[in-house]
Design a protein around this ligand. Structure first.
Ligand code: RP5
Length: 168
């Protein structure tokens, strides 16, 4: 899973366990679609806290602009990374076995004032939207990305219009 060496990476996708990859690959799929270079790595707030701190402190200096952090259960990774960097952090609640991801969602979303984490929906939709939100943030200073996001929205609208033909 460690793939943290990409030259020119603008987004870092991290997750608490390799078991989160099935969900988090949807964020990577979106980043690939928009040709955004990214790194991906398993970093656990609980099992590898030292690596988490090192990553958070180094990310901005390494050229990363947005961090996407997915975790499940007692999902401390997004918040603890956000506590150690001023880069935007997008938290993705991974669906857990015991509580269907409600635990993950509440762990990520209920941040104390002062340390923001942008929290998405639980699961694959949230991971997809995390990739899109990262693209939106980067599009502030990137006209190619802004155009690509416009094109994506137009494509979504066309797919909804096309779905009308199925209402027979
Ligand atoms: C969290 O614990 C991870 O983000 C994962 O969602 C959950 C379970 O991890 P594993 O026991 O599958 O490694 O830290």
């Amino acid at each position: 899973m460690a793939d943290n060496t990409h030259e020119g990476a603008r987004v870092a996708v991290i997750m608490g366990s390799s078991s989160d990859w099935e969900t988090m690959k949807e964020a990577c799929r979106m980043l690939d679609r928009f040709a955004i270079v990214y790194t991906k790595e398993v970093i656990s707030a609980h099992r590898t806290p030292g690596r988490m701190a090192e990553f958070a402190h180094q990310a901005r200096g390494q050229g990363i602009g947005v961090i996407i952090a997915g975790a499940g259960g007692a999902a401390h990774l997004p918040g603890m990374v956000a506590a150690q960097t001023t880069l935007p952090v997008i938290g993705v609640p991974v669906k857990s076995h015991a509580l269907s991801g409600v635990d993950s969602l509440l762990s990520i979303v209920q941040m104390p004032a002062g340390i923001p984490v942008a929290t998405t929906a639980i699961g694959a939709s949230g991971a997809t939207n995390a990739g899109l939100l990262a693209a939106s943030i980067l599009s502030i200073n990137d006209s190619r990305l802004a155009q690509a996001l416009d094109d994506y929205r137009a494509e979504l609208a066309r797919s909804v219009e096309a779905s009308n033909a199925q209402l027979v």
